[in-house]
Design a binder for this molecule. Structure first.
Ligand code: BEZ
Length: 395
């Protein structure tokens, strides 16, 4: 084919999963191109903010095993980039142990930790108050501290993977939008607003925008977009600090009633800490419609919870922002990861990752995308994540 640049793998989307794939594909000898529509390191498509939760624990044993299998990938990335990316400040889950959420369920997660022999400390509501400075928790609340969990340095991770991708010879192009994919039996033609390309495999790591490329081919993923609030608060004293914490509570009429917060970021000079509600309410239609301004009701709900239960923090927001959450429409699904074989014709030449709270899996997601592009399979058990058409389209 003339006039077309040729690659082995083209990755659409230069966020965390796209960079992880680009880096690891190039490292494995593939001529690789990563295309990002907005520009690398932009914070508009879900990768906003400085930190993400690192945790081992999941209520689903197969996902739990995937975090354990991701840890060596984080260590390898830290070692290659010569920078710390995981800060083990601990992962504290507490609240109503039977409440089911997208993030898991405390009681079942403790049973899986027992089965997998992963250490944790079981805590009562009083322990959580005494040890971590919470107050007025309902007496039936309970939970655990998993000491190997903590925080991930988001911007450090992106910079590390970008640098490694570049070092391995991966082509990285920003400000170039993919307009169409034309898969056939032998590969994929990729048309952008600037160029035409030909490659053996495409990896879609463009999160919220995945359907804009699948829909013209007759496919679609069931995803929902939420613009979630991020709230920055002042600690009342310099000695105040926290593990990552997540409170599981029964939903209210209006929202999921879930809140989380981080401790102070060890890699940052900032004295402030970031918290958020996880309210999967009022989905938006289009990632381009995010405003960067949180729903004031969500901010007030968080501030009120803090004023009642976290006296070590000043509940008056020192700053607010938002984060785009791209989640599977069916809350029983956690992510989509796999070949698009069941979604579109010649989908065996398209690998995709989309949706879910996936940052903790970033090194593994890149590895799996490259495995699937090269051989159609991976040693990791990703069976529950297989991309499928929405129920109504499949009938
Ligand atoms: C998580 O651990 O997956 C998570 C933490 C905070 C908010 C949402 C998800």
């Amino acid at each position: 084919m003339t006039g077309f640049e040729v690659y082995d793998i083209i990755v659409v989307g230069g966020g965390p999963v796209g960079l992880s794939t680009g880096w690891q594909a190039a490292e494995r000898g593939q001529r690789t191109l990563v295309l990002d529509r907005h520009g690398f390191f932009n914070e508009r498509c879900g990768t906003s903010g400085a930190e993400r939760h690192w945790r081992l624990q999941y209520a689903q044993e197969d996902l739990f095993r995937l975090t354990l299998e991701t840890l060596p990938g984080w260590r390898r990335l830290e070692s290659l980039a010569e920078r710390t990316l995981i800060y083990e400040i601990g992962s504290l889950w507490f609240g109503d142990v039977d409440v089911e959420t997208n993030e898991g369920q405390i009681a079942e997660t403790m049973r899986v930790m027992d089965r997998l022999d992963v250490r944790y400390e079981a805590l009562t509501a009083r322990d959580v108050e005494r040890r971590f400075g919470f107050a007025n928790l309902p007496a039936h609340y309970a939970g655990f501290l998993q000491p190997d969990g903590g925080t991930l340095d988001v911007r450090g991770t992106l910079a590390a993977m970008y640098g490694l991708a570049q070092r391995e010879g991966c082509a990285l192009r920003s400000g170039e939008r993919v307009l169409a994919l034309e898969p056939d039996a032998d590969g994929v033609t990729v048309r952008t607003d600037r160029n035409g390309y030909r490659c053996a495999k495409v990896v879609l790591a463009n999160g919220a925008e995945v359907n804009s490329l699948l829909a013209p081919l007759g496919g679609r993923l069931d995803i929902k977009l939420y613009e979630m609030a991020l709230v920055t608060l002042r600690r009342r004293g310099h000695d105040v600090d926290f593990p990552f914490w997540f409170v599981f509570q029964q939903p209210t009429e209006e929202d999921t009633n879930l809140f989380y917060g981080f401790g102070r970021n060890r890699w940052s000079p900032s004295d402030l800490v970031r918290l958020g509600p996880v309210f999967e309410v009022d989905p938006i239609d289009d990632a381009d419609r995010t405003r960067g301004v949180p729903d004031t009701r969500h901010v007030t709900r968080l501030s009120t919870w803090v004023s009642e239960h976290l006296p070590a923090l000043d509940p008056e927001p020192a700053g607010t922002s938002t984060c785009l959450a791209v989640l599977p429409g069916d809350p029983r699904r956690q992510f989509y990861l796999g070949l698009a074989t069941d979604l579109v014709p010649d989908g065996h030449n398209i690998v995709l990752y989309s949706s879910g709270w996936g940052f903790k899996f970033v090194p593994l997601l890149g590895e799996v995308c490259v495995d699937l592009a090269l051989t159609g399979r991976t040693r990791h058990d990703i069976s529950r994540l297989a991309p499928t058409l929405p129920q109504e389209a499949a009938q």
